[in-house]
Ligand binder design. Structure first.
Ligand SMILES: Cc1cc2nc3c(=O)[nH]c(=O)nc-3n(C[C@H](O)[C@H](O)[C@H](O)COP(=O)(O)OP(=O)(O)OC[C@H]3O[C@@H](n4cnc5c(N)ncnc54)[C@H](O)[C@@H]3O)c2cc1C
Length: 326
C-alpha cells in the first residue's frame, strides 16, 4: 500500500515507522524544515558558545508499557536520557529533544518545506496539493496535524472527522529562550510564577555542554492575550518576568521568542480515526491528550488499524486507556 502522511511530528512518525516495518511505501509531508513539530529544538550562537534549547515539549513521561519499551530502545540507542531536575520519571532527547524525531525519521521518505493546502481523492487514490511542491498518489492518506490544522483538510472529505476535530481546542504558548553569562543562582525548574508557567535550565539536561540556557513558557492566558505581539516584545516581557521569578541579578546575553499557536491540545477521547471506505485516517496527540506519549500512541494505533484495515465507516476507536498528564 502507498500511504501519504501529512505531518511529521511524533504521531506521523510513529504511524510511518510501523507501516514501513510491515513493508508499506510511506511518504511524509511536513511544512517545517525538518521533522519533529512540537518536539523542536533550537541552537543559538552566543558570545559564550552555542546554547541549545528545547522550546516546545520540555520532557515526557512513559506510562504505557508499549511506549515505555520504545523509550527503552531509544535509551539503548543513546537518544534519550532521564532528567531528574524536572521529575523522577521525566525523559528528554539527547543532545536535544529533536534527536528523537530525527532518529525516528532515519530511513523514512520525508518531504520537508511541503505545506499541504488541500487533499483530493480520485478513482486512482489520494492526491495532495502542496504549496511549495511535493506530490504523490496514495492508496491511503493520514492526517497527523494538530486538531485546528486537521479540521479544514478533513472537512473537504469527511464531515464526521472534521466535526470531531473542531470540538478540540488547543491552548497557545509563547516560549522565550534566554542565555546568560554564568549560571543563574536558582533551581533548575520554576513552575507557576506569575505569567511564567514554566522555566527550565535547558543546559541541565543530559548531553548539553553549552552556556546557561533557559526556556520560559508563558501561561496560556497571557499567551492568548498577547498572541499577536511581536516576538521581540514578547522576548523582552518574558525576560523581565523570568528575572523576577528567578531573582537573576543580570539581564540575558540574548533573548528570542517563539509562538506556539496550538501548543497544548484538548482531547477528543479517542485513539485514532479511520474511514476504511475512503482510506482516510487521523492521528495526533489531540485524540488522546497533550503529551508526547499520546502522540506516539495515537500514531501507532492508527497504523495498527490500517494494517488490519479495521472495518468501520468512521473509524472511531474509543479510548482503551486513560493516562495522566506529563
Ligand atoms: C510549549 C509546549 C510544551 C509542551 N510540553 C510538553 C511536556 O512537558 N510533556 C509532553 O509530553 N508534551 C508536551 N508538549 C506536547 C507535545 O509536544 C505534543 O503532544 C506532541 O509533540 C504532538 O505531536 P503531534 O505529532 O501530534 O503534533 P505536532 O508535533 O504538532 O506535529 C504536526 C506536524 O505537522 C506539520 N504541519 C502542520 N500543518 C501542516 C500542513 N498543512 N502541511 C504539512 N505539514 C503541516 C507541523 O510542521 C508539525 O511538524 C508540549 C508542547 C508545547 C508546544
Amino acid at each position: 500500500m502507498r500511504v501519504g502522511i501529512v505531518g511529521a511530528g511524533m504521531a506521523g512518525l510513529a504511524c510511518a515507522g510501523l507501516l514501513v516495518e510491515q513493508g508499506h511505501a510511506v511518504q511524509l509531508f511536513d511544512k517545517g524544515r525538518g521533522p519533529g513539530g512540537r518536539m523542536s529544538s533550537r541552537r543559538m550562537e552566543t558570545p559564550a558558545g552555542i546554547a541549545i534549547f528545547d522550546h516546545g515539549a520540555q520532557y515526557f513521561t512513559a506510562r504505557d508499557p508499549g511506549f515505555a519499551s520504545q523509550v527503552g530502545e531509544w535509551e539503548a540507542a543513546g537518544v534519550v536520557a532521564r532528567w531528574p531536575d524536572a521529575r523522577d520519571d521525566a525523559w528528554v532527547g539527547v543532545p536535544a529533544m529533536n534527536a528523537i524525531p530525527r532518529h525516528m525519521a532515519y530511513g523514512l521518505n520525508i518531504v520537508s518545506n511541503a505545506h499541504v493546502r488541500g487533499i483530493a481523492r480520485g478513482a486512482d487514490g489520494w492526491h495532495l496539493a502542496c504549496e511549495q511542491g511535493g506530490e504523490g498518489q496514495f492508496d491511503a492518506l493520514v492526517i497527523a496535524l494538530p486538531a485546528e490544522q486537521a479540521a479544514p483538510l478533513l472537512g473537504l472529505y469527511c464531515l464526521d472527522m472534521a466535526r470531531i476535530a473542531v470540538r478540540v481546542l488547543s491552548a497557545p504558548c509563547w516560549a522565550a529562550m534566554l542565555t546568560f553569562e554564568g549560571q543563574v543562582d536558582c533551581s533548575a525548574v520554576i513552575r507557576d510564577n506569575g505569567i511564567v508557567a514554566w522555566a527550565a535550565r535547558n543546559n541541565s539536561k543530559a548531553g548539553r555542554a553549552g552556556p546557561e540556557a533557559w526556556t520560559i513558557h508563558a501561561t496560556p492566558e497571557w499567551s492568548r492575550t498577547h498572541l499577536e505581539e511581536s516576538p521581540e516584545w514578547v522576548a523582552q516581557a518574558l525576560s523581565n518576568a523570568f528575572l523576577g521569578a528567578s531573582g537573576a541579578d543580570r539581564p540575558p546575553l540574548a533573548a528570542i521568542a517563539h509562538r506556539w499557536r496550538f501548543a497544548l491540545s484538548g482531547t477528543a477521547g479517542r485513539e485514532a480515526l479511520w474511514d476504511s471506505a475512503s482510506r482516510l485516517g487521523v492521528c495526533g496527540d489531540w485524540l488522546i491528550g497533550p503529551r508526547v506519549e499520546a502522540a506516539w500512541l495515537s500514531g501507532r494505533r492508527l497504523a495498527q488499524i490500517i494494517l488490519s484495515d479495521g472495518a468501520s465507516s468512521l473509524c472511531d476507536q474509543p479510548m482503551a486507556r486513560s493516562s495522566g498528564v506529563a
